[in-house]
Design a protein around this ligand. Sequence first.
Ligand SMILES: [Zn+2]
Length: 324
Amino acid sequence: MECVRIGCSRAGARPDVGDNGRVTLYRDEGVVLRTQKLGEADRIVTVLTRRSGRIRAAAKGVRKTKSRFGARLEPFTHVDLQLYERRSLDLITQAETLRPYGERLVVDYPRYTAGTAMLETAEKLTAAEREPALRQFLLLVGGLRTLADGSHDPRLVLDAFLLRSLSVAGWAPALDECSRCGDRGQLRGFSIAGGGAMCARCRQPGTATPAPPTFALMLALLRGEWDYADDSEQRHRVECSGLVAAYLQWHLEHGIRSLRHVERDTGTREHREVAAETARARPGAPDASGGGAGGGYGDGDFDVDGYGPDDPAGPGGTTDRETV
Ligand SMILES: [Zn+2]
């Protein structure tokens, strides 16, 4: 963050005071999550930034056709911003496109809906404004990049993003051990309310019973093991998507609306079963013994930006080119 002094004639003014002629400008990069109309020609832009977490800022005149940076402030765009700090909404004074992910996504419906669900999830999981959320930011950039480059099934990319986002939020589901007793033997059920996988002894009637390869697929997506995920069968992908969506919806107070569009494409009996379990589980609190929160995935084996081995725009690439 830098302070730029503009038109201040008072010597010795306190550097942190914004009302006496000092203007505080700062730079940050971020992904545009959402825009809303503001007045005649302006917009409020919601951005998940690298350093400041989720922010909402005003962009003046961007709805005029000749706007310089209107197009740079559309959802999905990874932008480098300069902002003017104000008491209410900060004002965006400059925007430079780092990666226009939206261009690649809007022309492909499955990728677009998956991307939209990612943006919405990132917003919901960063509940408080201006609370740094670096891991969530890196996940989002990595997820959009992978989605845009088209190297994997968009639904797999979305599910990997959702599972990792849940992990970052502290809600990783148990996948390779029973969420109740910790047994790593044969896992039979998946309990949305109970924190994930359950062994035959702990499994309660009515919980979903995914196929073993579905557990393996979820684990592979969480860990970024794409060789395994890319070889998975369609039925296991569908089952995985249903469980991940239900698990996410259960953890968020006001679900992810855009997931409905994604699910419509793969809606099956499994989805309905899981949805029914979610509906039943909803009224109560999660089982206190459910060990799903930790899930056994520490920072060490969780690469937040690891969507693929070749990461040209990873933290060492263009996304990091700005240094303030
Ligand atoms: Zn058990």
